[in-house]
Design a protein around this ligand. Sequence first.
Ligand code: AMP
Ligand code: MN
Ligand code: MN
Length: 317
Amino acid sequence: MLNKILSQADTIAIGGHVRPDGDCVGSCMAMYCYIKENYKDKKVTVYLEEIPRPFEFLEGTESICHEIPEDKTYDLFICQDCGDKQRLGFAAPLFETAAHTFCIDHHISNESFAEENYVVPDASSTSELVYELFDKEKVSLSTAEALYLGIVHDTGVFQFSCAAPSTFRMAAELLEKGVDAPKLIRDTYYVKSYAQNQILARALMESILFLDGKGIVSSIRKSTMEFYGVTPKELDGIVNHLRNTRGVKVAVFMYELETNVYKVSMRSDDDVDVSKIARYYGGGGHKKAAGLTMAGTHYDIINNLSEQIELQLGGSL
Ligand code: AMP
Ligand code: MN
Ligand code: MN
């Protein structure tokens, strides 16, 4: 499939979602390295917003473009880990003007908006789908590292239910390519700055249970982020800590993007499909991990979300 799609293009742009996470950066850089190494006559460029600093060790990240050149068009735009066009952010015009488009994604909310689509909602990560498209013999250590980063981050280090036997098999094959898994996991997933740990502690300390302990919520104001000198992309992972509270079925973490506008992250277990709630408010994601942007005070937001969560919990409350 990939060979056929690439055969119609000399110039290729790769893009992913706004505020790129491990799977987005990993899958995009893997595709970039794979094309660069195995299709030497093609010109490939990655367009992503600023990536988290711990991911900068990946091959090729120094050449990521953060803005689009004027009048530039591509033969092919490959859109990865992105459920809709708007989520491409600044790179969306390149998608619109490309001669051909291809989307590789695992968001349940993805409505196959590209010309060619490889969308598998049950897949652990976009990185796993990207790996399936590759000729395994041609995967280098650089490509393997990027893919490993992607699966580690979207499976919470192989802990979430989306980690399937195929994910572990893929991880084993990537280890055989020489990936230093303990170092990669520690450096990119667990190690946090002192300020990040402080803000995590604050989020946990100020969290509130609702719906009789079945929900937990915490929010961080912009002024608090400024006080600790922490940027939005450094708040990743806090929602997972909230979710690990006994009895909790839905965890909600939000941080203020601008006055009374919040980025909301939700995590759940089997009883609640948070992607439905996210979509209801214009966001998206997966059954057990979804996000949205919402206007209002954090009280308004939690009142709205709580109502939707309660509807799904129904009789089990
Ligand atoms: P997050 O809570 O930001 O870690 O996101 C959880 C999942 O939901 C990820 O797969 C995101 O790509 C997706 N997601 C987050 N925010 C949005 C949004 N505003 N619209 C669509 N999907 C989102
Ligand atoms: Mn993602
Ligand atoms: Mn993903």
